[in-house]
Design a protein around this ligand. Structure first.
Ligand SMILES: Nc1ncnc2c1ncn2[C@@H]1O[C@H](COP(=O)(O)OP(=O)(O)OP(=O)(O)O)[C@@H](O)[C@H]1O
Length: 308
């Protein structure tokens, strides 16, 4: 995909199966919104092939659009409408696309409750707070009970409770076999919601797998720390269970035992840094001291890298 002479995406090849919940991660400007807008049919790719629900998004018709839910990164319009009437109006569009299996539209009163706007049904849109407006955006995306749902930074501006409610809502949708692609900068959110993570960096997909795959790809080892008879020991090992067995078999009192694996955030940051700088990230780069450095100072959680 190019904007003018600038190539933003290249060789992005991805296939997402029915019912998958996939998080698309990447630094600012990596091309996540561009990717998602191509899949939504709002942008025409300058090259390549795209199919969603068996059709090319930018040429697909209304029946296709009714099966796809979209939560854009931001939109600000219809300020004078009230929450309930706005959703009621939009819901008319979906009535023609109900099937024996799928009730469309989602009844608006229920949907308003589900997104936590139950007490805001009569509130004007331009009087909603940022987080409330975002909840409404999510409701708009869900109104047609979509088979495929695209969410571009859906929880930006959510307070912790709203975020938790949203996660529950998304989980309930995935139980209904809805295919979901969301972008987020919140690694914890990606891990909670998605069984698969795509990392976009340098205009292409640089990682595709489960959160555990990503963690293990960047670091197979764990850091084990403990005190024996008051003395601090640290060890990096790929098999912490076996290592702990040997430790516990030896005499002496063990205290402050801690086993630490790289977090998803550390793995992600390390990968992106590696792509952006063209440097290698060694396995022991998650603040874990090299093997055999007993009594080393506490591990620094900040990932490090080595020049290639
Ligand atoms: N309409 C446009 N015309 C020209 N360049 C654009 C246009 N839209 C986006 N870009 C550029 O394309 C690149 C990718 O933008 P995009 O919005 O897809 O990134 P993103 O990964 O969603 O970023 P963020 O995390 O900041 O939302 C950026 O460098 C951006 O400046």
């Amino acid at each position: 995909m190019t904007y003018g002479a600038t190539q933003v995406l290249r060789d992005v090849t991805v296939s997402i199966g029915r019912g998958e919940v996939v998080a698309l991660l990447g630094p600012n400007g990596a091309g996540k919104t561009t990717t998602i807008e191509i899949l939504e049919g709002f942008r025409v790719p300058s090259a390549g092939e795209v199919q969603v629900l068996g059709e090319t998004p930018h040429t697909a018709g209304e029946a296709w659009r009714a099966r796809v839910g979209v939560v854009l990164q931001s939109w600000r319009d219809h300020g004078k409408w009230r929450v309930g009437e706005f959703l009621d109006y939009l819901s008319l569009y979906y009535a023609d696309y109900a099937t024996p299996e799928v009730e469309r539209p989602w009844p608006t009163a229920d949907l308003i409750e589900r997104v936590g706007l139950g007490d805001k049904t009569l509130r004007r849109l331009d009087r909603l707070s940022g987080g409330e407006r975002r909840r409404l955006d999510v409701a708009v995306g869900l109104l047609g009970r979509p088979e495929v749902l695209f969410l571009d930074e859906p929880t930006a501006g959510f307070d912790p409770q709203a975020r938790r409610d949203f996660h529950e809502l998304i989980r309930s949708l995935s139980d209904l076999d809805t295919t979901i692609l969301l972008t987020t900068h919140d690694l914890t959110e990606a891990e909670i919601l998605a069984s698969r993570i795509l990392v976009l960096a340098g205009g292409t997909i640089v990682a595709d797998g489960s959160p555990d795959d990503l963690r293990h790809r960047m670091s197979a080892s764990a850091s084990v720390r403990f005190r024996r008879d008051g003395q601090l020991h640290t060890q990096s090992t790929e098999d912490p269970v076996s290592y702990l067995r040997t430790v516990l078999a030896e005499p002496g009192e063990i205290e402050d035992l801690e086993v630490r694996r790289a977090s998803l955030e550390e793995a992600y940051l390390s990968l992106v840094r590696q792509v952006e700088t063209g440097t290698e990230t060694p396995e022991a780069s998650f603040g874990i001291p090299p093997e055999g450095t007993d009594d080393a100072p506490a591990a620094d959680p900040e990932p490090t890298r080595e020049e290639a």
